[in-house]
Design a protein around this ligand. Sequence first.
Ligand code: FES
Ligand SMILES: [Fe+2]
Length: 348
Amino acid sequence: MPKALDPSVAEFPDNSTFSQSDWAALANMWYPLALEEEVGEKPIAKQVLDVPIVIARLGEEYVVAKDLCVHRGAPLTEGWVNGSCIVCPYHGYEYDSQGSCKKVPSDPDWKIPSRIRLETYLYEVKYGLIWICLSGEPKNCLPNWEPEADNPDFLRFVMGPEVWNCSSGRAIENFIDNAHFSFVHRNTFGQESSASQGTEYAFSENDHQMTMAFDYMAHNPSDSPISDTTQLQRHMHRTLFLPFCTRTSISYPGGREHIIHINITPISSKRSQLIVVFTRNFDKDVPVADLLAWEQKILGEDRAMIEKQKPEEIPLAVSREVHAKADKASIAFRRWLKKKGLGRSFTA
Ligand code: FES
Ligand SMILES: [Fe+2]
């Protein structure tokens, strides 16, 4: 996999919405930055932990760097690609995938000093996504989507990237919470008579992931694109790849498997990017647009609730909210954040 060879240690941004200690802890994590297919012939803009980022495809490699030309601070996202370099739109300096400046048009004979370079970040390409770690020293692991990831029997489709107005903590807690199905999703697959299902679950955790397994009796409306509609027993197995990615495998009777990979990136303390990758081995004759519309309807129900939660950031002090049996995973997640050094801004 192509990788920045000399990842520099990122600096705390001036206008950060995180406390410095929270930012430093979060900068040590891998985040899903972009789908590979987003990066075409032009540089694109992203933001992670309040840091503006440029990504450009330079031949077989990418440059993943702070969106700031070191000459006079122009945004490289307004520049363009010239062969194996990204070109700054202000004075035309050119930088390669390692961030090294290769050309200064106003002084073509200058032996360009090596310190003239972009601040590049560590990245990896996996499962069609570009992953970034701002500090260059990741303390978490990239998710594992095996065994279906490359299985041609599975149809793959993607929702996003979307930007949600919520913290990544609130967002991911929703996706490890089973007690909301019967209420938030009452107009799609949830039903109130299943409210106590999935709330007592097998659970295990280590420093990189948490897993949970449970059953839920879903009730799909007859216009849902899932075969065998109405009452449908779901067996669900979920892995939370800490901190903000999940893989939920939903097994329906008859060997039908539907896997949802939720990938969340903290843009700031109150905004998050979501990329959701679905794979399934059934209903492959249903138009993808219909499958996606159904999933968007369900995720739209989640979004409408998460964007209204207060405080926006999850409180880490256990006494700040109340917890029931169904909240075991969320309590463990909050403990993990605390153990990683998160504090003030996560206590809002
Ligand atoms: S600001 Fe980028 S080349 Fe001058
Ligand atoms: Fe949900």
